[in-house]
Unconditional design. Structure first.
Length: 276
């Protein structure tokens, strides 16, 4: 990883250390945007097997654009993306779906389906079109629903589920894919504390099973507690990355978010409080 101007020294050191592990997702020098407008401006980022990386930054920083690039929804103008060591450009949709799963900010669920049927859709990349689900597919569906705490909702119509329950069903569908990389784009938005905790617990459980998790999150305090490492993005560039207590520094956050904050050290990690 190159040390571009504006990146903190600890960012480069952390990136180089991570590069020695088994990276399941890597972006190098990625430039991308929409309609002639550049959003990502030479982004380097990696996620290792079994690691939860928090992607933080203000609105408009490029976080969702990065997720779109990593999931092959948006092409790159320059740079390279690798998923599980394979260039993203070489992966077809089916092959990519066996390696990478995405939980978007707001995932509409098809009405008229039971929760278990929605989760079963996550096995589509593995199914023979001429045969039904195999026993291994059903086992993966059950495992994913158990991990996300929605097994008891299996026979509930999705339209009867609460927002938090729906989000966990979407997460279960992603886990049923058995991905090596899990992209979570603000999965805790609009959820109460209990469901936030359950979604993040499921993400940590997936990481414990070897999945590399990229977690886009607005809540800096959740990022500090749930993530092994955080990456701070602003104006389409990485300005800092590393452990939360080295990235969530008051003067840096004040510059990036354009508001004064206080950062308090606690046994569970830094706590960020905006000055009102």
């Amino acid at each position: 990883m190159s040390g571009r101007p504006g990146r903190a020294p600890e960012a480069v050191a952390t990136a180089m250390a991570a590069a020695t592990g088994a990276d399941v997702l890597r972006l190098e020098g990625v430039v991308a945007g929409y309609g002639g407008r550049t959003v990502l401006q030479g982004v380097d980022l990696c996620v290792a097997e079994g690691e939860v990386v928090g992607l933080i930054g203000p609105n408009g920083a490029g976080k969702s654009t990065l997720v779109a690039v990593a999931s092959k929804v948006l092409p790159v103008s320059a740079g390279q993306v690798w998923v599980d060591g394979v260039p993203l450009a070489r992966l077809g949709r089916r092959a990519l779906a066996r390696r990478l799963a995405v939980v978007p900010q707001s995932a509409p669920l098809p009405e008229g389906f039971l929760a278990v049927e929605v989760v079963r859709m996550g096995r589509t990349p593995y199914l023979d079109p001429w045969r039904g689900p195999r026993s291994v597919d059903e086992a993966e569906v059950e495992r994913a629903m158990r991990t996300t705490g929605v097994l008891a909702l299996a026979d509930r119509p999705v339209e009867s589920l609460s927002g938090g329950e729906r989000q966990r069903v979407v997460l279960a569908r992603a886990l049923a894919q058995r991905p090596g990389v899990l992209l979570l784009d603000e999965p805790t938005s609009h959820l109460d504390l209990r469901y936030q905790a359950e979604v993040l617990h499921a993400a940590r459980t997936a990481a414990a099973e070897g999945v590399g998790v990229l977690l886009v999150v607005h809540d800096l305090n959740l990022a500090a507690r749930a993530c092994d490492r955080v990456v701070l993005l602003t104006d389409g560039r990485v300005v800092a990355e590393g452990p939360a207590d080295r990235v969530l520094v008051a003067d840096r956050l004040a510059r990036v978010y354009r508001t004064e904050v206080d950062v308090f050290a606690t046994p569970g990690g830094p706590v960020v409080v905006p000055r009102v």
